[in-house]
Design a protein around this ligand. Structure first.
Ligand code: NAD
Length: 478
């Protein structure tokens, strides 16, 4: 199977004719090839997007765009099962998780379809002889660099918002997981999206990705990925004064106080680290537990870890394989370091004995009492590894929670209302969840961090502001 770029409403191979293998992480087998795009393909894609801006798309009313995006949402929803199967095989995530991703993708289109004709400028009371107002206008061509962990969801959250306000988009999916996005582009075309409004170029980060990030004719760059690459693409974009949204990494804490409802907290803590085998930027990869309930919580988490089963995506278990050999080795190296440094391994999940030997499996692990300045306490592992600490009081919990270079998400588990608000306001995090974690996806909720977690916000109404430019008008009438 050879998959091609989606360019100007057509399926096209890379200009160089070069391709790149698609590997099934559940067994290590190659089953397809992707176009390996170069700067030439990216130039075509950006030019096609620019042309589409001056076509019928550029004149479409927000109400008409809203209707079109509702149609996109319906067709994506109808294709949920097909998309989930593609995503599950491509990324290794269990089918039930890929189904949830496909649902979220359609929901992003639905949310922005419903939001875009409610986006208004403002009037400003400057003087009685002058009327001043603001217009929200599309930026032009937006570039989107997508990672491999949630290709459909991350595509949905940034591309649906950008198209909703009238931009045209060029997307570079991750080399390890591009298949679902290529199929989504076809579906959106069937729904009536005009040629050139959405263009997809697959390929390698350092080639196609860098060419897109540094392209002089893009007007915005939305990047989701690692802090290391985020720095590279932000520098490339800065050369052309292109604004960026960077959604980077996380080392998010879940803070459990002794008065917490543990029956609610334990499953949420498990899901926060096990979902997508821990390869989630907002994974709750640190659990901070108040001393009075520390042993109890560790025991209950240990039981849950021991019950986890890992195997091929198609088996639909708790965890699939990691995305690639490189990612599996990276996580394994962190665990080897933990062993070497005498960090307590409390419990691990089990790998199915029938799991193919060529798959990139890593059983989930619970580690306890990690020194606060250890690499495992500071760096994003991006795998199914939960690290636990105990704390005595609120001040210590806050110090531990805020003690990394990341600031994406935090969870607080307590029944004390004053403490909930006190802590929520002092935590360095773009999202704080109280007595829940993740709000079941929360398409409506602005998302993003600062520091190593990134710049700007996506999701919710905020994304519409990020993908529009503000123009101020002042009219003198007296
Ligand atoms: P990555 O930075 O290696 O790759 C992300 C994307 O950038 C891919 O499409 C890749 O092809 C592209 N890329 C790589 N090098 C590039 C370059 N020189 N120029 C332009 N593009 C380039 O990250 P990854 O390994 O794919 O993803 C894992 C990381 O992403 C983790 O740190 C994780 O926390 C982060 N992430 C963050 C979020 C979020 O919303 N905050 C979501 C998912 C992943």
């Amino acid at each position: 199977m050879e998959l091609r770029n989606w360019l100007d409403g057509k399926s096209l191979g890379a200009e160089s004719g070069q391709t790149w293998p698609v590997v099934d992480p559940s067994n290590g087998e190659r089953y397809a090839r992707l176009a390996r795009s170069s700067e030439v393909d990216i130039n075509w894609a950006v030019a096609a997007a620019r042309r589409a801006l001056s076509g019928p798309w550029g004149d479409m009313s927000s109400a008409a765009r809203s209707q079109l995006l509702f149609r996109c949402a319906r067709l994506l929803s109808d294709a949920r099962e097909e998309l989930a199967r593609i995503e599950s095989r491509d990324t290794g995530k269990p089918l039930k998780q890929a189904q949830a991703d496909a649902t979220a993708l359609a929901r992003y289109f639905e949310f922005y379809a419903g939001a875009v004709d409610k986006l208004h400028g403002q009037t400003i009371p400057i003087s009685s002889s002058m009327t001043a107002l603001t217009l929200r206008e599309p930026l032009g061509v937006t570039a989107h660099i997508v990672p491999w962990n949630y290709p459909m969801q991350i595509f949905g959250r940034s591309v649906a918002a950008s198209l909703a306000v009238g931009n045209c988009a060029v997307v570079k999916p991750a080399e390890d997981a591009s298949l679902s996005i290529l199929r989504v582009a076809e579906i959106l075309h069937e729904a009536g999206l005009p040629a050139g409004v959405l263009n997809i170029c697959t390929g390698l980060g350092a080639e196609a990705g860098a060419a897109l990030a540094g392209h002089p004719d893009i007007n915005h760059l939305s990047f989701t990925g690692s802090p290391v690459t985020g720095r590279v693409v932000a520098e490339l974009a800065a050369r052309n004064f292109v604004p960026v949204t960077l959604e980077l990494g996380g080392k998010s804490p879940q803070i459990v106080f002794s008065d917490a409802d543990l029956d609610a907290a334990i499953p949420a803590i498990m899901n926060g680290i096990i979902q997508n085998a821990g390869q989630t930027c907002s994974a709750g990869s640190r659990v901070l537990i108040q001393r009075a309930v520390y042993n109890d919580v560790i025991e209950r988490l240990a039981e849950q870890f021991q019950a986890l089963r890992v195997g091929p995506a198609i088996e639909n278990l708790d965890c699939g394989p990691l995305i690639s050999e490189r990612q599996r080795d990276r996580v394994a190296a962190y665990l080897a370091l933990a062993e070497k440094d005498g960090i307590r391994l409390v419990a691990q999940g089990r790998l199915l004995s029938t799991a193919p030997r060529g798959g990139y499996y890593q059983v989930p692990s619970l580690l306890a009492d990690v020194p606060a300045d250890h690499v495992l306490a500071q760096e994003e592992i991006f795998g199914p590894v939960l690290c636990a600490w105990s704390f005595s009081d609120e001040a210590e919990a806050l110090r531990l929670a805020n003690g990394t270079p990341y600031s994406l998400v935090a969870g607080i588990w307590t029944r004390d209302g004053a403490r909930q608000l006190r802590l929520a306001r002092r935590l360095r995090a773009g999202q704080v969840f109280i007595n829940n974690y993740g709000a079941a996806g929360g398409v409506e909720l602005p998302f993003g961090g600062s520091g190593e977690s990134g710049i700007g916000r996506e999701k919710g109404f905020e994304a519409l502001y990020a993908f529009t430019g503000l123009k101020t008008l002042a009219i003198k009438h007296d």
